[in-house]
Design a protein around this ligand. Structure first.
Ligand SMILES: C[S@@+](CC[C@H](N)C(=O)[O-])C[C@H]1O[C@@H](n2cnc3c(N)ncnc32)[C@H](O)[C@@H]1O
Length: 303
């Protein structure tokens, strides 16, 4: 798995914003965040130390997941709206200025951009933006509120709606429900799905991907461990207004590499979820498969 670099200015922002807290304070607040995260509960980010712990321990991961998802966009947005912005993580991902919508004013200004105080359950009038993102925020809403927000976000998306959620059973359930809804709204799915048919994923499995993040010294202190990296699991969806040409397959697991054989679990347009066995006999496929990775596209033409 490739490690996602965290840009230097983002690291500097995190260090600057958290400089007032001792390692032990950050560690205690980070533990409370992790407990809430594991229980699928919204992170309580009302206190300064909780927000500092979020910046140190969660933002590198949410930044990396959103970066991976946004890398699939087939165009470079010139306007971007981020709903449920938190500290403005999307501002470090977008190639343009971002309008942030957030209910917690304490986050305002953490990242440069235009900040709007609003409740995602009752959005004020907002102008459409080429790209709209909702990252790690759907899980903080009730089911009917999520459904309404997807309708609103889709209406506001000039071209792309990007959704990112934790790569948990619950996070994927939110993405899958939004997927069904967006297809009904006429969206063209672009990633990770290679088709608009019913999602072939069945219980107890769930569609998720992972990105590795290097832990900074501060991050290690807050997590109370020496491990120099962590893997963030995420589920995501990119839906477009314009017709899209997604790859014919998506790699759903780490490729299993044996001597002379690579096994890939693929979600495919034509055959649903299937296992592909690539051998050295098919040179072109072998070359592509050797460089393939979990989450990457798979082109049937190479099969
Ligand atoms: C876990 S944070 C995610 C922040 C950021 N999008 C990221 O990926 O790092 C969820 C954010 O959604 C915001 N949020 C949750 N419910 C909201 C609502 N009803 N209206 C506005 N913001 C909301 C929270 O205040 C919080 O900042």
């Amino acid at each position: 798995m490739q490690t996602a670099p965290i840009p230097h200015p983002l690291r500097e922002m995190i260090e600057r914003e958290t400089a007032d807290f001792k390692g032990a304070q950050l560690a205690a607040a980070a533990e409370a965040l992790s407990t809430a995260y594991r229980a699928g509960l919204p992170a309580a980010l009302s206190s300064p130390v909780a927000r500092a712990a979020y910046l140190v321990t969660r933002v590198p991961a949410t930044y990396a997941a959103l970066t991976r998802a946004a890398a699939e966009l087939p165009f470079e947005p010139e306007t971007w709206l981020d709903l449920g912005a938190g500290p403005g993580t999307a501002g470090w991902v977008a190639p343009c200025d971002v309008t942030f919508v957030e209910k917690n004013k304490d986050w305002f200004g953490t990242t440069p951009g235009r900040w709007i105080e609003a409740d995602l359950r009752r959005l004020p009038h907002l102008e459409p933006h080429e790209a709209v993102s909702i990252s790690y925020a759907l899980n903080e809403l009730a089911p009917a509120e999520r459904t309404r927000l997807i309708v609103e976000a889709w209406r506001l998306a000039g071209n792309a709606l990007i959704l990112v959620e934790p790569g948990t059973v619950e996070g994927f359930a939110h993405i899958r429900a939004a997927r069904t809804q967006l297809i009904e709204l006429g969206a063209h799915l672009h990633a990770p799905c290679p088709h608009q048919l019913e999602c072939p994923m069945t219980d107890p499995d769930w569609c998720h991907f992972a990105v590795r993040i290097e832990r900074t010294r501060l991050h290690k202190i807050a997590k109370g461990g020496d491990l120099s990296y962590e893997d963030e699991k995420y589920s995501y969806l990119i839906a477009l207004k314009e017709p899209s040409t997604p790859p014919s397959g998506r790699i759903l697991r780490h490729p299993k590499i044996h001597s002379g054989l690579i096994e890939l679990t693929l979600c495919t347009r034509d055959e649903g979820i299937k296992n592909a066995r690539i051998t050295k006999k098919t040179k072109d496929q072998w070359r592509v498969a050797r460089k393939s990775d979990w989450g990457g596209p798979w082109d049937a033409a190479a099969e």
